[in-house]
Ligand binder design. Structure first.
Ligand code: SF4
Length: 500
């Protein structure tokens, strides 16, 4: 259970308080624990507070009144949402309903706040947010959110004047102007990097960790990923001195954040700097093909207990098809490093239901499990069903099917049990049903957002979503309606990959 507002504030270090002419309710449509683990959310909080005349007050799904001001979010002139992924649309609906703000933009008038959104979801498909928002900040939002708040203030918070002011400006998706056509994402100036956390609190998954960006974006080209190099110009690297120099005195835990932190050319030196200062370290993304004995040794010194890497494709063939450069030998090397440095476990993320996958690919994963378990006694798979996202080469690829994903999962479990590996290899799947809901929203238009609203109001369970998608006539509208062949995937990849 989330502690109450007073307890949350008492446990925080770094909370920003400020008198300001313009106050923005900055809302995260998931619980506090998730909100305060989000570096993007903290960065926008810091950015708004750093803007003359502006302050941001936080609220979350489980914190209905703002933390800094103890006010309902409906009393603010602007409510800004940070939305990470598709299933949080229900949280946006819930927080508006609770604040007595009409959920649909078309039902709001001069008495109601301006509602805007931004966040990671905008890198793939923000169209389902359209019915609820007056404007959506696309992509990297540090500069645009400042401009947006200034424009809203200049417009006297009059919705029509605000929307007129946004017309023609790049980086904003204004549903009343753009309809279903989503404009491209924005990128901020390199000088604004790195994002750094402001507030440390024990009430998150990353308890009391100072998060700092080590790199933004990714220079790789995995065909299912929205952070691939074509999204926002590849990977931008934060210099080692800027990362280390920005860590506040007295920090005991440092989180290095980015889509591909271990691709940073100075990663070992940065981690050494952190742990030499007698601090713990966390890295948001370890690439198995970038691990070295030195780096894993430093991570072990920095408090690592579980080494977590991603393989994603179930077999070598599938990893090639999705252009994931991780190979089985990289995963085996990861297990050796984890064993050599006495880490408790190796966790490997994998996907099931990737286009073109067959039972033979799952059987290869069973064989790999045998090899991994021979090296390390505790292997855990984090298994997620493949969900096609917009702005990726695999956009529009159909969902494999709940029954197909569950059958493959079952085959994997049976294979692991038959090989006598059940005590050494753990399988931790995410729900195929909810992956299907995510898929419908990821590939949907504004009608998918309306269905999420209906489903939330009907109890928010899987059956409610299924009924709501059918009632709203939601059909995925990506560019393909069938599984592409391997030859087509290679062609799509060739067309979509730009030089890093
Ligand atoms: S390495 Fe990771 S972040 Fe980079 S493109 Fe592949 S999946 Fe995306």
């Amino acid at each position: 259970m989330t502690p109450n507002r007073r307890e949350l504030l008492a446990a925080e270090r770094g909370t920003l308080y400020k008198e300001a002419e313009t106050r923005v309710a900055l809302v995260y449509p998931s619980p506090y624990r998730a909100a305060m683990s989000s570096l993007g959310y903290q960065q926008i909080y810091r950015t708004l507070h750093g803007t003359p005349g502006v302050a941001a007050d936080r609220a979350m799904l489980d914190v209905p009144r703002t933390l800094e001001e103890d006010r309902p979010i409906g009393s603010y002139p602007i409510i800004a949402y940070s939305v990470a992924y598709e299933l949080e649309i229900a949280g946006l609906v819930e927080t508006l309903e609770r604040a007595n703000v009409p959920v649909l933009a078309r039902d709001r008038d001069a008495r109601h706040p301006i509602i805007v959104a931004g966040g990671p979801l905008t890198f793939s498909n923000p169209a389902p947010l359209a019915p609820f928002c007056d404007a959506i900040v696309m992509g990297e939002g540090e500069e645009l959110i400042v401009e947006l708040v200034a424009l809203a203030r200049e417009a006297g918070y009059v919705r029509s004047a605000f929307i007129d002011a946004l017309a023609g400006r790049p980086g904003y998706f204004v549903p009343s102007l753009h309809g279903e056509t989503v404009p491209p994402v924005a990128a901020v100036a390199d000088e604004l990097l790195p994002a750094r956390s402001v507030i440390a609190t024990p009430n998150t998954e990353l308890a009391d960790m100072f998060m700092t960006e080590a790199a933004r974006g990714c220079s790789r080209g995995c065909t299912y990923c929205v952070m691939r190099r074509s999204t926002n110009g590849g990977m931008r690297i934060v210099p080692r001195a800027a990362i280390i120099g920005g860590i506040p005195a007295g920090t005991r835990r440092v989180g290095l954040v980015g889509a591909a932190v271990t691709d940073h050319p100075d990663i070992a030196a940065i981690v050494r700097d952190v742990v030499d200062g007698d601090r713990e370290v966390g890295i948001s993304s370890l690439r198995a093909d970038k691990l070295t004995d030195e780096l894993v040794g430093l991570l072990a010194r920095g408090g690592y207990r579980t080494l977590t890497v991603a393989g994603d494709g179930a077999s070598e063939r599938m990893r090639r098809v999705i252009e994931r450069s991780t190979r089985a030998d990289h995963l085996l090397a990861s297990a050796r490093f984890a064993a050599a440095h006495r880490l408790h476990a190796l966790k490997v993320y994998m996907m099931l239901g990737v286009p073109g996958e067959t039972d033979a690919d799952v059987d290869e994963l069973v064989a790999l499990s045998r090899d991994l378990a021979a090296i390390h006694p505790r292997i855990a798979y984090g298994l997620a069903p493949f969900v096609a996202k917009r702005n990726t080469p695999l956009d529009g690829t159909p969902f494999a099917g709940i029954d197909v994903v569950e059958d493959r999962l079952d085959r994997l479990r049976r294979g692991i049990a038959a090989a006598g590996l059940a005590a050494r290899v753990e399988v931790r799947p995410t729900s195929a049903r909810w992956a299907w809901v995510e898929y419908m929203l990821a590939q949907g238009e504004s009608s998918a957002g309306l269905a999420a609203m209906d489903a939330h109001r009907a109890g928010g369970n899987f059956a409610a979503y299924k009924r709501a998608f059918a009632a709203r006539g939601v059909v995925p509208t990506g560019p393909r309606a069938r599984v592409p062949s391997s030859r087509e995937i290679i062609e799509l990849r060739r067309r979509s990959v730009r030089p890093a």
